[in-house]
Ligand binder design. Structure first.
Ligand code: PA5
Length: 355
């Protein structure tokens, strides 16, 4: 275990400089949007759907895109975390094949299928086979910088797609929203960085609440659900610890019933309610009532509110807090936040056997 207020010790444990990537996220987002504005795009007569195919850290940008577009684009955005593609994918489907490494087998398989089906494909990657295949085949590649953990490249794995949809006239007004988001993240960096002590650092406070407990993150369907998923994944990958997520209103129809037995397990859960000013008023009220139902049964409940004006800034402000909290949780467990050896092992084993 590392003292959460010892910035040098925290950084010492962090062999992949995840803290530097976190501090660099605002600049990364600005750069990522710029990359998307200059990137090559495919010719497409009529876009009827957008499909983002990727896994893990390379898929969450697709979820952000889906959520962003839900109320703002006139076409569906579907996220595909699989080898295969949905049957609707055709020449009117814009497919973003996203893999930070460019070597994830599911994404490579889905890329191949998208090409066979005549989809309009764009590869978003820092290299690997995906970038190589796409370049050889004349498929547009949006090149992003290498050298980060995929989950630390969330700006690069999301904003170029957003910029691309703006350029294809499927969205508008992105520019101002990105500027605001970057400003909000810059302000947050000053509160969350390792040098800021835990009594005034909300990210460290959350990590302390999560220590020796299982975080359960609840967001709202269609908006902060993506943040809840991101927090879960970041606790898993950074702190190498379990976490779970769900969204309102669905969780009020099943998960909420499971808070009666057995008490000793419930006492290990720490619930986070992600709140956003854009929440449907009925959902906001559901959160209040739900909080009352579970308070006293679980170890604790923390309500976290988004910051900023645009939905982009608000979602990212919450993502950023979770990113930092999971980073500090790793420190509290004495764990190097960067390496994800289990994923590396799995990929290695899968590469040995062709089925
Ligand atoms: O965070 C991670 O390392 C993983 O979730 C990866 O993103 C996932 O395994 C997919 O790899 P890639 O992003 O290189 O396609």
């Amino acid at each position: 275990m590392v003292d959460i207020n010892d910035a040098a010790a925290i950084k010492n444990l962090d062999t992949m400089s995840m803290h530097a990537a976190l501090e660099g996220l605002p600049a990364q987002c600005a750069n990522a949007y710029d990359i998307g504005q200059k990137a090559p795009l495919p010719r497409i007569e009529e876009t009827r759907a957008v499909l983002v195919t990727g896994l893990g850290g390379s898929a969450i940008g697709g979820d952000l895109l889906r959520v962003y577009c839900q109320e703002r684009a006139g076409i569906p955005v579907v996220v595909n975390r699989d080898y295969n593609l949905p049957a609707f994918a055709d020449e009117n489907t814009l497919v973003f094949a996203v893999s930070y490494s460019g070597n994830t087998e599911e994404t490579l398989h889905a890329y191949r299928l998208a090409r066979v089906k005549g989809c309009r494909v764009v590869a978003l990657s820092s290299g690997g086979k995906l970038a190589a295949w796409a370049s050889e085949e004349g498929v547009p590649v949006i090149p992003i910088p290498s050298g980060l953990a995929p989950r630390a490249a969330t700006g690069y794995l999301f904003l170029p797609m957003l910029a691309a949809l703006e350029r294809l006239r499927l969205l508008d007004g992105i520019d101002g929203a990105v500027s605001e988001m970057v400003a909000v993240l810059r302000a947050q960096t000053d509160s969350y960085r390792p040098e800021v002590p835990s009594d005034i650092n909300p990210a460290k406070q959350l990590a302390l609440e999560f220590r020796d407990r299982i975080p359960v993150i609840w967001g709202a369907s269609g908006t902060t659900e993506v943040v809840a998923l991101r927090w879960k994944g970041q606790v898993n990958e950074n702190a190498k610890a379990p976490a779970y997520c769900n969204s309102f209103p669905e969780l009020n129809h099943n998960e909420i019933v499971g808070f009666e037995q057995p008490g000793e397990l419930l006492n290990r859960l720490w619930i986070v309610l992600l709140k956003d000013k854009g929440d449907d008023p009925r959902v906001a009220y559901r959160m209040q009532v739900t909080n009352k139902i579970i308070t006293g049964k679980v170890a604790g409940v923390t309500e976290v509110a988004s910051a900023g004006e645009s939905i982009l800034a608000r979602l990212y402000s919450l993502i950023y807090l979770g990113d930092w909290a999971s980073f500090y949780l790793a420190a509290l467990y004495g764990i190097d936040p960067g390496p994800v050896r289990v994923i590396d092992y799995l990929k290695g084993e899968l590469a040995k056997k062709q089925i």
